[in-house]
Design a protein around this ligand. Structure first.
Ligand code: SF4
Length: 493
């Protein structure tokens, strides 16, 4: 108790906020509470149970690793995650849990801590053909700037949300809303975002995005040119020409190499756009939420008059978008003007095939952060050695047991798919910063060599026996089991 502090109040020292917490109350982040004068971490500490997910019968401790204390102990099947493990502050304090276990004849150490990340954000991939906004436009939540639009990828649009500048470099409100938005995105909740000069979005990790109130069902099969290449054979003989409308590359069957190879006759179709290579056109319209991610609802807008030298009355033309969601069929009249007709039976299958080949559209959230000084000092007295060990794949980094991708170059900058982590793995502190679980697993020998806090190592069994506040969840079988000896020089997953 600090001098001058009421008797029923304790001070939390788990982060720089250093809250005074009265008996029966929680601190500013709701993660710590004063329980009868004791500082406790409110949420349960999450253990991953591989036996549960594999359907392996649970075996008493006695049969596996030693004396059974009444609890089903399964140290080889249990991974102690950092979710609910707590944080240590200031930096030099060892991580809350440093546990040892023996796997495949190798003594391993796992350093387990909830990291407080000021340098963090999410990379948001939104599977959509629709134009969400110009690159570099601001992304807003609750009226605050929380990120920006980055590159358009194949069938998807990338957004960057968060980052230290939004968390700490703007107004207090910008930092608070950015932190809240990141927390919700990382914990799988839906957030509403608005893009300057662009779309409104509702997104949640692993769910179809909702763009301007419309739920995305499918991502496109490819660009317009690729769609021509994929389906040319199915169209050959059933229609005279096909235009696949796409904001990026609009394809034309009769001019495209795929059409040439099949012997498709020239049709004299004229596309109002910038011709790139034969049968491939850029900028046929403005980006938008219409056909193929353009702003058009009537595809004929992108066509000029048919060239009389090549066109003929009765010429059959299919126009279709890259998802097959929009399509229209025309036949030329005596003046070579396209007249809309019902889609013939023999073309219905090819349009349906485009739709069938479009994968479900999802929003994907990758959490990205840098493990800085405090985290690394909690692992070793010589933090640069941890970085070196991670780079050499002697140390495996996981987040709530899920594999983390480590960026090459300096520091420990990692990314993790939040849907591969257990539910509600993230928290926050009002500095503002995000709290995320992180575990470092390496051999005991390597841990000693990098100056680890050897005096703080406890056997995993001992920690598992402390039944308070522990919660077992099934290990997601699609993830690699994290408790295995790292392979030196192996991939930095
Ligand atoms: S914000 Fe949370 S972790 Fe930080 S001091 Fe307060 S209760 Fe403790």
């Amino acid at each position: 108790m600090s001098e001058g502090m009421p008797a029923d109040t304790i001070r939390c020292d788990a982060c720089p906020v250093l809250c005074y917490i009265k008996r029966g109350q929680t601190g500013a982040c709701d993660r710590y509470a004063n329980h009868d004068g004791q500082l406790i971490r409110v949420d349960p500490h999450v253990l991953l149970d591989r036996a549960k997910s594999q359907g392996t019968p649970l075996v008493p401790f006695l049969e596996r690793d030693g004396e059974w204390d009444g609890k089903l102990m399964k140290t080889k099947e249990t991974f102690l995650t950092a979710i609910g493990a707590g944080t240590t502050y200031p930096d030099y304090k060892p991580a809350p849990f440093i546990v040892s276990s023996e796997v495949e004849g190798v003594d391993l150490v796992t350093v387990v801590t909830e990291g407080i990340f000021s340098y963090c954000g999410v990379k948001l991939k939104i599977d959509t053909d629709r134009h969400l906004g110009p690159e570099r436009s601001f992304v807003r939540a609750q009226g605050e700037t929380v990120g920006h639009v980055t590159t358009a990828e194949y069938g998807s649009q990338m957004l960057s949300v968060g980052g230290v500048r939004h968390l700490t470099g703007g107004t207090k409100s910008e930092g608070r809303v950015t932190c809240e938005t990141l927390l919700d995105l990382c914990n799988g909740k839906e957030v509403e975002l608005f893009i300057d000069e662009g779309a409104s979005l509702r997104v949640a990790a692993g769910q179809p995005p909702i763009v301007n109130g419309q739920r995305e069902e499918r991502m496109r099969v490819g660009c317009g040119s690729a769609t021509i290449g994929m389906f040319a054979k199915q169209w050959y003989g059933k229609v005279d020409d096909v235009v696949v409308v796409d904001d990026h590359i609009t394809g034309v069957l009769s001019e495209h190499q795929a059409g040439k190879m099949l012997g498709v006759r020239e049709t004299g179709v004229f596309i109002k756009g910038r011709r790139s290579t034969p049968g491939r056109y850029f900028q046929v319209a403005n980006p938008g939420t219409g056909w193929g991610g353009t702003d058009i609802s009537d595809p004929l807008i992108i066509l000029g008059p048919f060239k009389p030298k090549f066109g003929w009355p009765g010429l059959r033309l299919l126009m279709v978008s890259t998802t097959g969601e929009q399509f229209a069929y025309y036949e030329l009249d005596e003046d070579l003007r396209p007249i809309e007709r019902d889609l013939p039976e023999e073309l219905k299958e090819s349009v349906a095939r485009i739709r069938e080949n479009c994968e479900p559209a999802l929003a994907t959230v990758l959490f990205m952060a840098g493990a800085g000084g405090s985290l690394r000092a909690g692992v070793t007295e010589n933090p640069v050695k941890l970085t070196d060990s991670v780079k050499r794949s002697l140390t495996r980094v996981t987040c709530g047991g899920a594999p983390a991708y480590i960026w090459p170059g300096g520091g420990i900058t990692f990314m993790v798919d939040v849907t591969s982590m257990p539910e509600n793995a993230f928290g926050y502190v009002p500095t503002p910063a995000l709290v995320a679980p992180i575990e470092f697993t390496l051999s005991k020998r390597d841990y000693a060599a990098l100056g680890g806090h050897m005096d703080y190592i406890r056997p995993l069994e001992e920690v598992l026996r402390e039944k308070e506040r522990q919660r077992e969840v099934s290990f997601p079988s699609e993830n690699p089991w994290p408790l295995r000896p790292p392979v030196p020089g192996g991939t930095r997953e």
